[in-house]
Design a protein around this ligand. Structure first.
Ligand SMILES: *Cc1c(COP(=O)(O)O)cnc(C)c1O
Length: 369
């Protein structure tokens, strides 16, 4: 069978390996497997979320409330935005896809950092649009400026902070560039600010903080993306959202499939948003535990990228090989993310619980003698 010819150019997204696969492949006990590959919350989710899901379990036979009123009004309150300035998706991944379909065509150019979230490129390729990347791996705003001027892209993606590297651009500097982009494109270039890890960055350094309301009030061509998969610990529930001026949200609504979020996911997200103490505790533990990886790297002269997220990326030099190290850890039931497929000798570790990190650091010490 012949398929859409664009598919020939698309690599299938490699998700972090699921625990079940490691248990099967290496004959390990499920409880001995640690998954620190997909930046999930190692502390789970707020206890009130689990309670809420139990409580709502009897609702499974009915379609969800397609207006998503309960969740949208809570997000509206949380961010101080207007009701019509928010759309909810099956993960913020889905909003990325909607943005692409709403704005890009086959002749579009899409600008992004040298190494950034893989889905931007995958969705661009669905459309057959051309991806332009900055020469620098990390976000380099001067290069973005240069390439924007040269190519006039239809969409520019900023991952703030960036996955899988962990760096974060300064909010003020970003705003300066956004003002330029808005002016030069007469507001025609869609700017996507992916804030999947914004809670982490804001906690660590307020100069990295992006307030979605402030963002969209300044820039009518910007959309902010948030997710419940990371700090809120709802990766298994698939809930994300986009915040933008109403005309952008309305365009995205035209592309949205009906009932794209389950009843239980909607209820869980509402409750999760209310438990800000869980969020705060997660952030605090995350950065305390991250120090252990920084100390490990420093004590052995290994480079790492200072991280504003819930993961840390270690960059290796000869004779160390990220593929060998990741494989060695995998055999012991420790799943981390090899970044060799991004063309760098590096790996990314989601910051786990104290106990998990102790095991990972021991295994790393062993494998990097
Ligand atoms: C995890 C992640 C997302 C989206 O996750 P969803 O689970 O689809 O909400 C978006 N962008 C980045 C950079 C991420 O790391």
């Amino acid at each position: 069978m012949r398929f859409n010819e664009e598919l020939a150019h698309i690599a299938t997204y490699q998700a972090g390996k699921p625990i079940e696969e490691i248990v099967r492949t290496f004959g390990l006990d499920e409880k001995d497997v640690i998954k620190l590959a997909s930046n999930e919350n190692p502390y789970g989710a707020s206890p009130s979320v689990v309670e809420c899901i139990r409580h709502n379990a009897h609702k499974v036979s009915l379609y969800p409330d397609d207006s998503m009123h309960a969740l949208i009004s809570r997000l509206q309150q949380h961010y101080g935005i207007e009701y019509g300035q928010c759309i909810v998706g099956s993960g913020s991944d889905q909003i990325i896809e909607l943005c692409m379909h709403a704005k890009a065509t086959k002749s579009s150019k899409i600008l992004m950092a040298g190494i950034t979230f893989a889905m931007y490129e995958i969705y661009a390729k669905h459309i057959g649009a051309q991806v332009i990347r900055t020469p620098s791996k990390e976000h380099n705003l001067a290069e973005f400026y240069e390439l924007f001027t040269q190519h006039k892209p239809d969409i520019v993606f900023f991952c703030v902070p960036n996955n899988p590297l962990g760096e974060c651009v300064d909010a003020k500097e970003l705003y300066r560039l956004l003002a330029h982009i808005e002016q030069e494109s007469s507001g025609e270039t869609l700017v996507v600010i992916d804030g999947a890890y914004q809670e982490f960055a804001s906690y660590k350094d307020s100069s990295k903080h992006i307030d979605p309301r402030d963002l969209i009030n300044r820039f009518a061509n910007a959309i902010y993306l948030g997710t419940f998969s990371k700090v809120y610990g709802l990766g298994g529930m698939r809930v994300g959202y986009g915040i933008a001026q109403e005309n952008i949200i309305q365009a995205l609504y035209k592309l949205r499939a009906p009932f794209n979020i389950t009843t239980l996911s909607l209820a869980a997200a509402c409750v999760a948003l209310e438990d800000q103490e869980f969020v705060r505790a997660t952030l605090e533990k995350n950065f305390t535990q991250m120090l252990r990886y920084e100390e490990f790297a420093e004590s052995r002269g290994i480079s790492y990228i200072p991280s504003y997220t819930n993961f840390i990326t270690l960059v290796l030099e000869n004779p160390y090989d990220s593929s060998v190290i990741c494989d060695t850890l995998l055999r012991q039931g420790i799943i981390i993310r090899n970044l060799a497929s991004y063309g760098i000798n590096a790996f990314r570790i989601t910051i786990g619980t104290q106990e998990q990190n102790t095991r990972v650091l021991l295994a790393l010490t062993e494998s990097m003698r």
